[in-house]
Write a protein that binds this ligand. Structure first.
Ligand code: HEC
Ligand code: HEC
Ligand code: HEC
Ligand code: HEC
Ligand code: HEC
Length: 481
């Protein structure tokens, strides 16, 4: 190559390189511009803006993914299937009809589906249309923050809707409204709400910081803080305990952002009592483990002095407990919580859009997006991670089947003993063991990860369930003392 052509080549290459650098710079500044303008300040959001579509004008990306919770999907154990109606848990497993005999869950019990459906599904379930239910049911199935406050103001709470929920006046409005709406009949209360869980239930309209607004959670977590139970996965509670304890633990000021990324979900994905006999209660005053929750229910009395129970079993007469979706409690016992991994890390992973990192508000099974939900931390191929989950879930499923068989056999044994004229004294120990076995089995069955959130804890609980059912059968065969 001649000197000249070499010179020309170098010049051309330099020009190309310069052009590339300039193009890249332009692209970067375009993206930075995009990042700056991705939150459009179109609407002035206030403490009274319930409608998520209004928030969506300022935050279109989060709103778009939020709307996608309407989509149906199914994994081996998650989702609700793709048919017109969610899969029935009762048709899937007829043993549950026996186990829930005499309770509303025996007439209608489906797989959960996405957040967009929570209000319509509750309004449609036979548990609501065929049984009287309290307004408190709406606490976790609707955007209640504004309706509660409005009801609280009507009850004479101080301040106005301009007060932030976190202020003293805002809190008073919220709590008064929660009490009042909870006592209404479901039909009356449901007229007060319009949307499923909405932006305002998890976000401060000024600045978009995370916050918790559900009264059941605020009261429950404060009670947990006052208990003796260690909470290494929630360090802000341990910090509060070292203080003077003059005021309650307050997640909105005490908790870290990472803790709030789980607490916003713990507002609803928890065990609770919601019925005609008491205010909606989260049973955490001794801790979050199954036997601590059981002990809390055992020491709870209704206003008529009777020991707490959810329903009387139709076939045996045992006063039994129904567990409800204890995701927050089970997650609390697992290695992920212990390692500081929040619900949102797996269920609301970051999605890159241009230069933006946006939290996916399409809350769903993480198994549908292993790349973003798991591989940010685990350097294993997708198939390997899915395989690890499958092993945990399959083991839990098989053990749970055994626990169900054992409980059904105890129920049958009590029925036979009754037919053969067994006295109440003779039956009493077996019925108490049914209560213990039932609550443990249900704690794992109603929890929606099929063991994944805390595999060893799930196995421990199921082993106890099997043992209590078999002890119950033995108690019936033991001769009278
Ligand atoms: C380490 C990741 C991880 C964390 C942390 C986590 N989950 Fe999960 N979760 C999963 C996996 C995996 C499943 C199983 C999904 C399936 O079977 O399709 C699941 C299942 C669920 C389901 C049922 C989903 C469905 O598709 O039906 C719910 C509800 C849920 N989790 C809520 C929570 C809540 C609430 C928290 C926090 C208190 C939490 N999860 C923490 C990974 C996680
Ligand atoms: C206001 C109460 C509430 C809050 C807050 C809430 N959930 Fe839910 N969640 C529900 C209800 C109710 C359903 C079931 C809806 C149905 O079946 O119609 C549900 C369903 C789900 C499902 C199943 C989705 C599907 O398509 O099958 C997952 C996963 C889930 N929630 C995870 C979370 C996570 C993670 C958080 C926190 C970021 C959270 N939820 C916050 C009440 C709530
Ligand atoms: C503490 C929060 C909370 C309260 C209170 C609550 N739910 Fe739910 N509900 C949930 C969550 C979370 C799910 C999704 C997880 C699941 O289905 O296990 C759900 C799922 C459901 C579903 C869909 C799945 C199914 O079971 O068929 C129905 C229907 C439902 N609830 C009805 C009710 C009724 C009726 C009440 C009042 C007695 C009520 N809920 C009170 C949190 C709550
Ligand atoms: C169940 C609770 C929940 C609801 C409901 C919810 N978000 Fe979020 N949102 C979160 C969580 C968790 C994050 C992550 C925050 C963090 O890490 O600081 C988040 C983050 C955000 C962010 C910060 C940027 C980002 O993407 O991380 C914006 C903006 C946002 N949400 C907008 C909305 C809008 C708009 C709605 C209603 C359409 C909404 N959110 C509904 C829980 C919720
Ligand atoms: C933010 C980081 C993070 C994310 C996201 C995450 N993990 Fe983990 N995972 C951990 C840590 C930390 C451990 C504890 C073991 C360790 O220290 O390596 C762990 C442990 C596990 C274990 C062993 C469980 C046990 O009980 O021994 C499995 C299985 C697992 N993860 C699967 C998953 C799957 C599947 C996902 C996605 C749905 C996921 N992880 C998401 C950090 C994470």
């Amino acid at each position: 190559m001649s000197q000249l052509s070499r010179f020309v080549l170098v010049a051309v290459l330099a020009a190309v390189a310069t052009a590339l650098v300039l193009a890249l710079a332009a692209n970067v500044s375009e993206r930075q511009e995009e990042a700056k303008t991705s939150n459009f300040n179109v609407v002035a959001l206030t403490e009274a803006t319930v409608n998520p579509a209004e928030w969506g004008k300022n935050f279109p990306r989060q709103y778009d993914s939020y709307l996608r919770t309407a989509d149906r999907y199914s994994t081996r154990f998650g989702g609700a299937g793709s048919e017109a109606m969610p899969i029935s848990r009762l048709e899937d497993d007829p043993r549950l009809v026996e186990i829930f005999a005499g309770y509303a869950f025996a007439i209608d019990f489906n797989q959960r589906q996405g957040h967009a459906h929570m209000l319509e599904d509750q309004r449609a379930t036979k548990r609501v249309t065929e049984r009287p239910q309290p307004g408190a049911c709406l606490h976790c199935h609707a955007s209640t923050t504004v309706p509660y406050r409005q009801a609280g103001l009507k009850q004479g709470a101080t301040g106005t809707m301009d007060d932030p929920v976190q202020s003293a006046a805002g809190r008073e409005q919220l709590m008064k409204g929660f009490e009042a709406v909870g006592k209404l009949s479901y039909d009356e209360a449901t007229k007060l709400v319009e949307h499923p869980v909405a932006c305002i239930d998890c976000h401060d309209p000024k600045g978009m910081g995370l916050r918790v607004t559900k009264p059941g959670f605020l009261v429950g977590i404060a009670a947990l803080a006052r208990s003796e139970e260690p909470t290494p996965h929630l360090p802000s509670i341990e910090r509060w305990r070292k203080g003077d304890r003059k005021r309650d633990y307050e997640p909105n000021t005490d908790a870290s952002r990472q803790e709030l990324r789980s607490m916003v979900c713990g507002q609803c994905h928890v065990e609770y009592y919601c019925g005609p006999k008491m205010t909606l209660t989260y049973p955490w005053s001794r801790g979050l483990k199954v036997e601590q929750i059981e002990a809390t229910w055992n020491e709870t009395k209704f206003s008529d002095g009777h020991r707490f129970y959810d329903w009387k079993h139709e076939k045996t007469g045992a006063e039994v407990l129904k567990a409800q979706h204890p995701e927050f409690e089970m997650w609390s016992q697992g290695i992920h919580a212990r390692s500081g991994v929040s619900c949102s890390d797996c269920h609301m992973p970051y999605v890159r859009e241009g230069a933006m990192k946006v939290s996916s508000h399409h809350v769903r099974s993480p198994l549908l997006d292993v790349t973003r939900s798991c591989q940010t931390c685990h350097r294993f191929p997708e198939a390997e991670l899915l395989g690890r989950v499958a092993i945990i879930q399959e083991r839990t499923h098989v053990l749970m089947g055994r626990a169900e068989d054992a409980l059904v056999q105890l129920i049958k044994a009590v029925e036979t003993a009754k037919k053969n004229g067994a006295t109440e004294d003779k039956l009493a120990p077996a019925l108490e063991l049914q209560r213990q076995a039932q609550f443990r089995l249900d704690f794992v069955n109603a929890e929606n990860s099929m063991g994944f959130h805390a595999p060893q804890e799930a196995a421990r609980i199921l082993a106890e369930a099997i043992d209590y059912s078999r002890q119950g059968e033995l108690a019936l065969t033991r001769p009278a003392p």
